[in-house]
Design a protein around this ligand. Structure first.
Ligand code: ATP
Length: 328
């Protein structure tokens, strides 16, 4: 641990947005001010850092945002920050404001950037996992996952009503290019017959067989939840396979898309964002530097930024077995 006293801190959101980022910003700003720190908001992630788009923040500047989706600081991806020249410009701007600590709310790419920057310029950085995909090593939860999955559940419940009215097979695509957690959780919670995710193998013959068998039994309403990055591609790709193998199937595809990123954060996301934001500032104050604040087994857990990488969570076959039994 380093013991240099931090006096002015900056907070930013970087990479893809996720609901609950505002609650985290609020927690960082207010915990910082409570501890006598000056707090600055850095607009549009590393882009704003390079372009000196940095604003002073006080308690009032984060009033009435805990319930809002998106991020008041905006977010972006910055090619320039991956270059030494870009990071030099970022450092000069921090220096100009006297900022000596950073809190970065984002995904593993943002943490990689923070680690590189900190190695080069010795600026302590703390990461908070903000992503709807829940695919970062060192934490059981990420800011935004709970809201995204609840949004998906609410939408699928509505789809089920129309599905039921017409005896149709619906294939619903949820977000998750590399991670199937939104599909798994929302699929189980909505009683899906099948869930297709990147983490596990899907036996397409078995899937076709079970749909055909259900059709024979006059179980005409069927729901398949697919992650964007499912083994057979997206929902449209899976639909094409099913139509080819069961020409009589009356199928519809629904892609939920970006609604999963927006909306008011759930209570769980507001809580973890507030909790993590508080511990991010505490970490800077006590000299615990270059870590991501996570939660493991319901306890705050710190992971070095260079170990907080994208990680596929282990999804046991047990879950898939339960899905099939409950949907029979
Ligand atoms: P998401 O999970 O939504 O993709 P993320 O934080 O992983 O979020 P990225 O686009 O991967 O999103 O990273 C955000 C920004 O972090 C990049 O635009 C870039 O500016 C910076 N960054 C990523 N990797 C590096 C790196 N190796 N070196 C320096 N900066 C990096």
């Amino acid at each position: 641990m380093k013991k240099n006293k931090v006096t002015k801190i900056g907070v930013m959101t970087s990479g893809g947005d996720s609901p609950g980022m505002n609650a985290a910003i609020r927690a960082v700003v207010r915990t910082g001010i409570y501890n006598g720190l000056e707090v600055f908001g850095i607009m549009r992630g590393y882009s704003g850092l390079i372009e000196n788009d940095i604003i002073p923040m006080d308690s009032r500047s984060v009033a009435n945002i805990i319930q809002r989706g998106g991020t008041i600081l905006k977010t972006a991806r910055s090619k320039a920050f991956t270059t030494p020249e870009g990071r030099k410009a970022a450092y000069n701007n921090l220096n100009q404001h006297g900022i000596d600590g950073l809190v970065i709310i984002g995904g593993d790419g943002s943490f990689k950037g923070a680690q590189t920057f900190s190695n080069e310029y010795d600026i302590p950085c703390i990461g908070l996992p903000g992503t709807i995909d829940k695919d970062i090593a060192g934490t059981d939860v990420t800011i935004g996952f709970d809201t995204a999955v609840n949004t998906a559940v609410e939408a699928i419940d509505k789809i089920r009503d129309t599905m039921d009215a017409h005896d149709r097979l619906f294939i619903v695509e949820v977000m998750g290019r590399d991670a199937g957690y939104i599909a798994l959780h929302s699929g189980i919670a909505t009683g899906a017959e099948n869930i297709v995710i990147p983490e596990t193998k899907t036996d397409i013959d078995e899937l076709i067989c079970s749909l055909t068998e259900k059709e024979k039994r006059k179980k005409l309403v069927n729901l398949i939840v697919v992650a964007e990055g499912g083994e057979y591609g997206d929902a449209n790709a899976l639909d094409a396979i099913i139509k080819e193998r069961i020409p009589s199937a009356d199928t519809r595809v629904c892609i939920l898309g970006h609604i999963q990123r927006g909306g008011s954060p759930s209570c769980a996301d507001r809580l973890i964002a507030s909790h993590m934001g508080y511990y991010a500032v505490e970490s800077l104050l006590i000299g615990r530097h270059n870590v991501m604040v996570g939660v493991v087994n319901n306890k705050i857990h710190y992971t070095p930024l260079d170990k907080a990488v994208k990680e596929k969570q282990k999804i046991g076959q047990e879950w898939m077995k339960i899905v099939k039994i409950l949907a029979s």
